[in-house]
Design a protein around this ligand. Structure first.
Ligand SMILES: Cc1ncc(COP(=O)(O)O)c(C=O)c1O
Length: 361
């Protein structure tokens, strides 16, 4: 019996083990104030992403929730793709906003900037692109739209730790950029997320975010503090930050392995509809589009290869249930299959995935 080729598989080693042990025996496991490993991680991730500052949180969903809470969107519209994990849209609803789903481009599967432009109304406040599977969205045009219409750019970069756009790191472009460090992500933690900031008012915004991530606490002086606003219990724990510091050191190496796998897939898979190759992409996963998806995924499973569906479009989910037509999203939602790109894959496993796709897709 051959081992299952997993869709996602974090790369861990002795350094992560040591980080966990050290944190365990330090008995300093959590700090709402974000001192210790959390603060070290924030500094390192800020430097890595070339952003103005970084605020760590407990997951990507919280990052989006807090980021959108910075702008008053009550009764206002946020433009986003429907082809994403549901947290992208939930973050709009948590903050009383109205999600306006628009279509994606067929090559990148990122939000279509022309569709965004057509959807802007007097009620629009935020454009929220997702860097799908790590492929950067068309930020230049989206930035221009934000400038022309006085909108805030918040990026969902959950898949894009280590992606670049026009030679600059993802994390350094939008006013606010949200990351996830879920165990399956390129930078893996038990649970974690981060917000990077680049807007003119980032110092003030950083303070607000740090207060909001810990129950609204601010103005700490010794053991006293005040609560000038509502907040949540969204701070990162020390174990996650300790692992994150190790993972961040290897992120470029791990992403280069992912890119090499994606290059082989792109070169050697005969299927017509497949993810393009780009040096800018972090390849959180690699997608292909197949007509008979259920049958294909069954065959892959029988051959020991795990595949996934990212995603059933959000507007089709029961809770959202929007009767809208998004041409590319609707087709892609029925055909997309995600394939493993994690750096634990051996050359023979990569060859096996290619061979099976060429046989069954
Ligand atoms: C596109 C996208 N946005 C947001 C999230 C939420 O991140 P987390 O699971 O860390 O809350 C995810 C996680 O899967 C995601 O894929």
């Amino acid at each position: 019996m051959t081992d299952l080729i997993k869709l996602f598989d974090p790369v861990i080693g002795k350094e992560e083990e040591k980080a966990i042990r050290d944190t365990l025996y330090s008995k300093f496991w959590a700090s709402g104030a974000g001192t210790g490993n959390v603060s070290k991680f924030e500094t390192k991730f800020k430097e890595y992403t070339q952003s103005r500052t970084c605020v760590a949180v407990n997951n990507g969903t919280s990052a989006l929730h807090l980021a959108l809470s910075l702008i008053d969107i009550s009764g206002k519209e946020v433009i986003l793709p429907s082809l994403s994990f549901v947290s992208t849209a939930h973050a709009v609803l948590y903050n009383g906003g109205i999600p306006v789903f628009v279509d994606v481009e067929p090559d990148s599967l990122c939000i279509d900037p022309n569709a965004v432009e057509k959807s802007i109304t007097e009620k629009t406040k935020i454009i929220l692109p997702v860097h799908f599977a790590g492929m950067p969205a068309a930020l230049a045009k989206i930035k221009r739209l934000c400038k022309d219409h006085n909108l805030t750019l918040i990026e969902d970069a959950a898949h894009a730790a280590g992606s670049t756009y026009k030679n600059k790191m993802i994390g350094s472009h939008g006013d606010i950029v949200c990351f996830s460090f879920h165990p399956v992500k390129n930078l893996a933690m038990p649970t974690g997320g981060a917000i990077t900031l680049n807007d003119g008012n980032w110092k003030n915004t950083e303070e607000i975010l740090k207060s909001k991530r810990w129950c609204g606490i601010a103005n700490r002086k010794g053991v006293t503090y005040d609560v000038p606003r509502i907040g949540w219990n969204f701070y990162m724990n020390e174990f996650s930050a300790a692992i994150g510091l190790v993972q961040l050191k290897k992120l470029d190496l791990l992403n280069s392995k992912r890119r090499k796998i994606a290059k082989r897939y792109n070169d050697e898979m005969k299927i017509e509809k497949k993810m393009p190759y780009s040096k800018d992409c972090s390849y959180h996963f690699y997608w292909i589009r197949v007509k008979h998806r259920e049958q294909f995924m069954k065959k892959m499973k029988e051959n020991g290869i795990e595949t996934g569906i990212h995603y059933k479009p959000i507007h089709q989910m029961k809770y959202y249930n929007k009767k809208i037509k998004l041409t590319n999203t609707d087709i892609v939602g029925n055909e997309i299959v995600s394939l493993p790109t994690h750096p634990n894959l051996s050359e023979s496993e990569i060859s096996k995935v290619i061979k099976c796709v060429n046989l069954f897709a």
